[in-house]
Design a protein around this ligand. Structure first.
Ligand SMILES: Cc1cc2nc3c(=O)[nH]c(=O)nc-3n(C[C@H](O)[C@H](O)[C@H](O)COP(=O)(O)O)c2cc1C
Length: 160
């Protein structure tokens, strides 16, 4: 069964709830989904995953420092291209509309693209990845469900 790692930082729990909703959708779609705090995630976790989702609250219009630090540490995998071709995506929780939620997602996606990963978009809804304003409401949970299903399909296809 393909493995999906959902690694996130969350101080207040909003981003964590999105990670959990994504994990549920991904498991229902036939992949093994593991959620992990970014502080507990290792480079070997990235190596061992068939697909990786990265989540962060929007802090000053970008990802939280903890997430950026982990991305910076992942340079250790860059030299040999260890993440090239793996499916990836990003999700975020922000304080308000126009607060920088999409920028936060795009900043994380930049890191994943620079690794040579294959990013899953979303045709309907948050095109760049699931985005919540504060606590995820039903709209966001539905978006996590749709994104999770789509992501699991991509991971299953590429892991075959
Ligand atoms: C240090 C800090 C910076 C923040 N910067 C922004 C910001 O630039 N734009 C915004 O919309 N919300 C901002 N917020 C609000 C958080 O993005 C929002 O509360 C989010 O839902 C928190 O997610 P969490 O519960 O997973 O920690 C900030 C919060 C903190 C603590």
């Amino acid at each position: 069964m393909p493995k999906v790692l959902i690694t996130y930082f969350s101080h207040g729990g909003n981003t964590r709830k999105m990670a959990e909703a994504l994990a549920q959708a991904i498991s229902q779609a036939g992949c093994q989904a593991q959620t992990k705090k970014i502080s507990e995630t290792t480079l070997d976790d990235l190596r061992g995953a068939d697909g990786i989702l990265l989540g962060s609250p929007c802090y000053f219009g970008s990802m939280a420092a903890q997430v950026k630090q982990f991305l910076d540490e992942s340079i250790a995998l860059f030299g040999k291209g260890e993440l090239v071709g793996k499916p990836a995506g990003a999700f975020a929780s922000t304080g308000g509309i126009g607060g920088g939620g999409e920028l936060t997602i795009m900043a994380m996606l930049s890191g994943l693209l620079i690794h040579g990963m294959v990013v899953q978009g979303l045709r309907k809804g948050g095109h760049f990845g699931p985005l919540a304003i504060g606590e995820p409401d039903q709209r966001v949970l539905d978006e996590c469900q749709r994104y999770g299903e789509q992501f699991a399909k991509l991971v299953t296809k590429l892991a075959a």
